[in-house]
Each structure stands twice: as structure tokens, then as C-alpha cells.
Design a protein around this ligand. Structure first.
Ligand code: SIN
Length: 555
């Protein structure tokens, strides 16, 4: 990449005006994020040097921790890599990179074995005629192939990996560390090929700015469901990695493909609670308020069609009949089965007065997963040397226009392993170890007395995305959203320059950047494909093309 990217940052923040000497943490590898991609990267890289992991809140606050379904991987004799590849390509609606799909799918068994060595226990099959594991089924899969630990698979993976990380003398976890922006050599004015050499971070426990300096920076910061008003994602999912990479001039791909999970619990007090697709895998049917199944009108796989189709069908039924939700009917399963297989979901629903064994479960679609992200190879390389991206933050070509359920943890496992291999085999980038990095410039910034601006813009932006850039799109809606987001972005930028930074402000700045990327990408795609459905171009074009956006001079 050429070395003239200095203009891409807010120059106001470069010069040293502040008397405090900023804390600098030096390490060999800086990992941003503490979900499955971040922790697997950290564990692997710790074999080669010192690793610092930054996590915005507590280390277990990640999308991984909320993953209910599991990890798709072929092990049974009646299944095959070819079938898993075909299902992934079919869900991806012609936009997957077939070579990447093949590598990731075939890398699964080794990575599952590695997770087990690290302490993860998957549910075993009680009647073992089927083999060792109890494998789940989800939408778009032609076989049972989802490794799970009941309905808290992600939480169990996260706990196993955190226990391993705690044992590693080479890994330091910095919680409450929010990364603000990447630091590159061209921004520093160093005359060399541009590369990433670290990042500015806000330590929100001390409210101080610091620098993490490292010749290799790994973005494993997950997705950004919080860009939308309704999401299955936890509060930390604000698209920080995508926003930072974009500000750093790194190409961002396929951001129009936002996956809406069809079945989030519809209840006024149930914030972001998912009813796993595995419930449909066990035979639950989508029905309307009168209890009539409706999915046969949309796809012959009915309630287990890929997510784009199911989410659109629910949206259509809700709009047509003026209903606030649709329902899942799993009453054919015994209370005993539901309590065991879906312990967490069963309990949660019961807490809201819904007994899954006797009642219909009200559900609505909600933003769930970014299929696009920082353009990266299977071994995590981005177009900026020294910067890697892995997991949901990355766009490798696995998901294409729609991710197949439970392929995301698989991708994070395989890609983090490939990335560690790639970085481990590289000669050490010694010359960037001690590059001089200026202190954060506070300028005339003062403490904000207008927190209401952050809150108002936060709600306005997310409502705008939900209303105009949701499951069904149209040119007019996108244009409307684009105008509003541009205005909000300008206001947020002024606010960012005038006031001392806070985590809320930084997250707002990031969701605004990501919202604009989603809208711009959606405006560029003049067809309907996978998760991007537009009333103005309902047909799919013959040729499938990625949408790639790189920051331009005047942005
Ligand atoms: C689910 O359990 O339905 C979510 C799994 C996934 O998003 O892959």
C-alpha cells in the first residue's frame, strides 16, 4: 500500500499539547477483542512472543459468549465436506469464495480437536449409535453437524479459552481498554511502505489515553449489531474494528450483507435474547398468531430454510397482517427434552411467563451478524501490512451474501490458526519495535456537558438504520438514510473534536462510520442477493461481485 495515508486521521489529535507522558505498552502482538477469534489468536501467538489483548469491558463480554447454536463441522459418515461446502455456497447466494469455503470447512475437524484439548466439552450423544457427539441441525444445513454444549456453546468455549489464557505468562489481558484508532507509519510520517505499528487506546477505568505499540496488530473485535435498533448482539458489538480499519484506509467489503436472525424473543423486557435456530432444528415450526404454519409459502425447506429467506418471510407476514411478531411452536417436544437440550432458553422464556412445552413463543427478526467486514485473507492478512483481521470483523469470502448458521465460530477457529501460522513463520519486524509515537493530543477539548447529544444521536442513528436499511430495502429509503447519517456523522465529528473522548462517544463515532458503510454498500448493489433484498432491483444479476469500499481523500 502506498505511504500517503497521513491525511486519513483527524490531524487535530496529532500534536503534543499535553504535559502528561502517555503510557506506552510494548508487545510483539496486539490483539483487539476477547471473543473466540481474539483468544485463539492470543493463545497461538503467545508461542512466539508477548501478547497484549485489549477488551472494551470485561474479558467475557463478546458475541462469542452469547452464541447459542455451536460450531458446524463434518464428522459423521453420512455427511461429507462436499455437502457442507455445497450448503455454505447455497446459503451464500453465489458470492462465496469457493476456495476459502473449502479450506475452512475441511479445517474444521482439526480445530474441534484442538478446542477439546484446550478444555472444551461438547455434548455427547446418549444413544451412541450416531457416534460420539450429539450434533445439532440448523437452517440451510443438509445434515446434523453442529457441535454444541446445550444452548450455551459460546459461553463454554469462552470460559475454556479464558482459563487457558490465564495460565499463559506471555499474555496480558487489558480489560476496559477501548481502542480509538490504529497508528500507521505513514501517519507518523515515516518514509517506508505503510504498515500498522500499534493503536491509541482509552483506558476507561483510569480515563487515560495510552498507546499499545506492536509490529503486528490483530483485529478480532467482532461485529456491530448495535448499529440497528433491534439486535441479538450484546452492547459491546459496535463495529469498532471495521470503523477503525476504514479510518486507516483499509478496504472494507460486502457491508450490505447484514444477517437478521429470524427468531429473537419478542417481549418488552427481553433485551436481545435469541431463540436458537437449533430449536427449529429439533422440529419447531414458525406459525402465525392463530397457530398456522406459513413457511411453506416461501421455501420447501420451510422453517429450516436459510436465514435470509426465513427472516424475510417473517417480516412479510408481520407487515401483511399488521402483527408485532410471529411465533415458534415447539409444543410437540416434551418439557423434559426442552429443559435438557435448551436449558438456558427454556428458563429464560419461563421467566417471562412463556412455557415452551405449552405455549407459542413470540419471535421477531433482529440484526445478528455482519457477513462483510475488513477485507482479509484466510490467514487474516489485510491490505495494510502489520494489520490482521479475524472472526466476524473480517470478510474472508466464506459467507458470501448470507452466512450459513454456525459457520462463524468455525471461521474464527480456522482463520486464527492460519493467521498464527502465517505470523509465526515471518521474520520478526524488529525495525518497528520502538517507533516513536506522539502523545494523544487533547488540544482545547473539554469535558462534555452535553451527554444528551451522544444519547440522542445513538438512538436516532439506530432507529434510522432499522427503519430504512433493514430486511427489505429500496433506493428511496437508502437515500433517506444516507442523508441523515451524513448529517449525524458531521455532528459527531465536531463533538469528537470539541470534547474529551469517552467510551460512549467512541462507540457512537464507530456505529456512525459503520452505518454509512452499510448504506453506501447497499446503494452500490443494484440487485437482490442473499441478505440484501431491494424492492427496486428484485432480481439477482448473473455475475456475483463483491462491494469494496476504501476511504477517499475528502471523507
Ligand atoms: C443460533 O443459535 O441460532 C445462532 C447460531 C449462529 O448464529 O450461527
Amino acid at each position: 500500500m502506498s505511504s500517503d495515508f497521513w491525511w486519513m486521521f483527524d490531524r487535530t489529535h496529532i500534536f503534543v499539547h499535553y504535559s502528561l507522558i502517555m503510557r506506552i505498552l510494548d508487545c510483539d502482538y496486539f490483539v483487539v477483542g476477547s471473543g473466540i477469534a481474539g483468544l485463539m489468536s492470543a493463545l497461538g501467538l503467545s508461542r512466539y512472543g508477548k501478547v497484549v489483548v485489549a477488551t472494551k469491558k470485561e474479558c467475557a463480554d463478546s458475541n462469542t459468549n452469547y452464541a447459542q447454536g455451536g460450531i458446524a463441522c463434518v464428522v459423521r459418515d453420512d455427511d461429507s465436506f462436499d455437502d457442507h461446502i455445497a450448503d455454505t455456497l447455497d446459503a451464500g447466494a453465489g458470492l462465496c469464495d469457493e476456495r476459502v469455503v473449502k479450506e475452512i470447512v475441511s479445517g474444521g475437524p482439526e480445530r474441534i480437536a484442538e478446542l477439546e484439548r484446550l478444555g472444551m466439552e461438547f455434548a455427547a450423544n446418549k444413544d451412541s449409535s450416531d457416534g460420539r457427539y450429539d450434533l445439532g441441525k440448523e437452517g440451510g444445513h443438509s445434515h446434523r453437524r453442529v457441535f454444541h454444549a446445550g444452548d450455551i456453546t459460546g459461553a463454554k468455549v469462552e470460559a475454556a479459552l479464558l482459563a487457558q489464557v490465564a495460565e499463559s505468562p506471555n499474555i496480558t489481558i487489558c480489560d476496559h481498554f477501548m481502542v480509538v484508532d490504529l497508528i500507521t507509519t505513514s501517519w507518523l510520517g515515516i518514509d517506508s511502505d505503510n504498515r500498522c505499528v500499534g493503536a491509541y487506546v482509552l483506558d476507561s477505568s483510569t480515563k487515560e489515553m495510552a498507546v499499545v505499540r506492536a509490529p503486528h496488530v490483530v483485529l478480532a473485535s467482532g461485529g456491530g449489531g448495535k448499529v440497528y435498533l433491534y439486535t441479538s448482539n450484546p452492547d459491546v458489538a459496535t463495529g469498532d474494528g471495521v470503523a477503525m480499519a476504514w479510518r486507516g484506509g483499509v478496504p472494507i467489503a460486502n457491508m450490505e450483507f447484514i444477517q437478521f436472525h429470524p427468531t429473537c424473543l419478542h417481549h418488552p423486557d427481553a433485551k436481545s435474547f435469541l431463540i436458537s435456530e437449533a430449536v427449529r432444528g429439533e422440529g419447531a415450526m414458525l406459525v402465525d398468531a392463530a397457530g398456522h404454519p406459513f413457511m411453506d409459502k416461501y421455501d420447501n425447506r420451510q422453517s429450516l430454510a436459510p436465514r435470509d429467506i426465513v427472516a424475510r418471510a417473517i417480516d412479510h407476514e408481520m407487515k401483511e397482517h399488521g402483527e408485532l411478531c410471529m411465533y415458534l411452536d415447539v409444543r410437540h417436544k416434551s418439557e423434559e427434552f426442552l429443559k435438557e437440550r435448551f436449558e438456558n432458553i427454556y428458563k429464560k422464556c419461563l421467566g417471562f411467563g412463556i412455557d415452551m412445552a405449552r405455549d407459542l413463543v413470540p419471535v421477531v427478526p433482529a440484526a445478528h451478524y455482519f457477513c462483510g467486514g475488513v477485507k482479509a485473507t484466510i490467514d487474516g492478512r489485510t491490505e495494510l501490512d502489520g494489520l490482521y483481521a479475524c472472526g466476524e470483523v473480517a470478510c474472508t469470502g466464506l459467507h458470501g451474501a448470507n452466512r450459513l448458521a454456525s459457520n462463524s465460530l468455525l471461521e474464527a477457529l480456522v482463520c486464527s490458526c492460519e493467521m498464527v501460522r502465517f505470523i509465526g513463520e515471518m521474520p520478526k519486524a524488529e525495525s518497528y519495535d520502538k517507533v516513536a509515537i506522539p502523545d494523544w493530543e487533547f488540544g482545547d477539548a473539554v469535558r462534555s456537558d452535553e451527554q444528551i447529544v451522544v444519547e440522542h444521536n445513538w438512538s436516532e442513528l439506530r432507529t434510522c438504520m432499522w427503519d430504512y436499511v433493514g430486511i427489505v430495502r429500496a433506493d428511496k429509503r437508502l437515500e433517506r438514510a444516507y442523508r441523515r447519517i451524513r448529517n449525524l456523522k458531521q455532528e459527531i465529528r465536531e463533538y469528537y473534536l470539541d470534547y474529551l473522548v469517552t467510551p460512549d462517544m467512541l462507540e457512537l463515532r464507530n456505529i456512525a462510520a459503520v452505518a454509512e458503510l452499510i448504506v453506501k454498500s447497499a446503494m452500490q448493489r443494484k440487485e437482490s442477493r442473499g441478505l440484501h433484498y431491494t424492492l427496486d432491483y428484485p432480481e439477482m444479476m448473473d455475475e456475483a461481485k463483491d462491494t469494496v469500499i476504501t476511504r477517499t481523500m475528502n471523507e
